[in-house]
Design a protein around this ligand. Structure first.
Ligand code: NAD
Ligand code: LMR
Length: 326
């Protein structure tokens, strides 16, 4: 039996937390031979609800769960953490863009970045889900000078999964047969889901769906899916977001398959002309727990202009939170 790992989840009593915790506890994320100790963070008004979630986790009798801790103190919740899901923050309402959340959510990530820095394992893998996730991850990263920048990711896997589902539906195949659909840039309407380099059963998607659909319905649907769900459900995506968070962390923890890459928003080192120091979504491979940006992808003028636009938006978001970046 492996030694248990410590997994911190913030916003654990929220909608995403409710779906995420049971997947982690079941072994879907870190493996069915990997015991976990769950370290759950809520704000004081969420603690009663969190007690109820913990009762349910206990009642599920997951063999891999070796402990559950609850706290409203990030220093406690992040103690010796091997992995952290930063979910806790406000979701947008139907009349907002994700970037509108930055003033209310951004400050959460200074305190949590510092608490990670001071308490988590130096090797901790941090996945930021709370929106606007790229810029929140940047804030957390700046607040944690002793943790390498590469250990802060933001989640664009949900956008990748949405894109794969759209392509699968269009071509009458299952989502699992759609490979290498990379999301570039920000988790926002400016993201670029690169249908040009995706494949289905080894064949290029673009030859099967056509450029007009790719640039039209596909781009529109994928980039505005979050808002469409809020309008339909009256609440932002939760189960699909939790599932994508599990997918992202599982890829990071266990690696990507040969010949396949996945979308991860991570610290830019200037790849593809993206300014250094943005948390930017790139196609990545993972080996031995280290994510690397895939090199050598050639973009046409359309794709290059989309990548430039989403980078410009992230620069503007970074400028807007300059006071939160140490
Ligand atoms: P929710 O309101 O249901 O739950 C959020 C929880 O976080 C609440 O229980 C709240 O008490 C808690 N919380 C608030 N501030 C906190 C803090 N400082 N520390 C710890 N906990 C705190 O919201 P949700 O539906 O779970 O969504 C959470 C976030 O995830 C939102 O910002 C949402 O926009 C974002 N989101 C991101 C993606 C993505 O693809 N990146 C997808 C879906 C949702
Ligand atoms: C999503 O993409 O579903 C989330 O980021 C929630 C939102 O505000 O769109």
């Amino acid at each position: 039996m492996k030694a248990p790992i410590r997994v911190a989840v913030t916003g654990a009593a929220g909608n995403i937390g409710y779906a995420l915790l049971f997947r982690i506890a079941s072994g879907s994320c870190f493996g069915d031979d990997q015991p976990v100790i769950l370290q759950l963070l809520e704000i004081p008004p969420g603690m009663d609800a969190l007690k109820g979630v913990v009762m349910e986790l206990q009642d599920a009798a997951f063999p891999l769960v070796h402990g559950i801790e609850m706290s409203d103190d990030a220093n406690v919740a992040f103690a010796a953490a091997d992995a952290a899901f930063l979910v806790g923050s406000r979701p947008r309402s139907k009349d907002m863009d994700r970037a509108d959340l930055i003033k209310v959510n951004g400050p959460i990530f200074t305190g949590q970045g510092k608490a990670l820095n001071d308490n988590a394992k130096p090797t901790v893998k941090v996945l930021v889900v709370g929106n606007p996730c790229n810029t929140n991850a940047l804030i957390a990263c700046h607040s944690a000078p002793d943790i390498p920048n590469a250990q802060f990711h933001a989640m664009t896997r949900l956008d990748e999964n949405r894109g794969k589902a759209q392509i699968a539906n269009k071509l009458g195949v299952t989502a699992g047969s759609v490979k290498n659909l990379a999301i570039w840039g920000n988790h926002s309407n400016t993201m670029f889901p690169d249908f040009y380099h995706a494949s289905v059963d080894g064949k290029g998607v673009i030859d099967q769906v056509g450029e007009a659909w790719g640039q039209g319905d596909f781009m529109q649907t994928v980039s505005t899916r979050g808002k469409a769900i809020i309008l339909a459900r009256g609440a932002s995506s939760a189960a699909s977001a939790a599932s994508a968070a599990v997918d992202h962390m599982r890829s990071w923890w266990h690696g990507t398959a040969d010949g396949e890459h996945t979308s991860m928003a991570l610290w830019s080192n200037g790849e593809y002309g993206v300014p250094e120091g943005l948390i930017f979504s790139f196609p990545c491979t993972v080996k031995d727990g280290v994510a690397s940006v895939v090199e050598g992808i050639a973009h046409n003028d359309y794709a290059a202009s989309k990548i430039e636009a989403t980078a410009a938006e992230l620069i503007a978001e970074r400028d807007a939170v300059a006071d939160l970046l140490n």
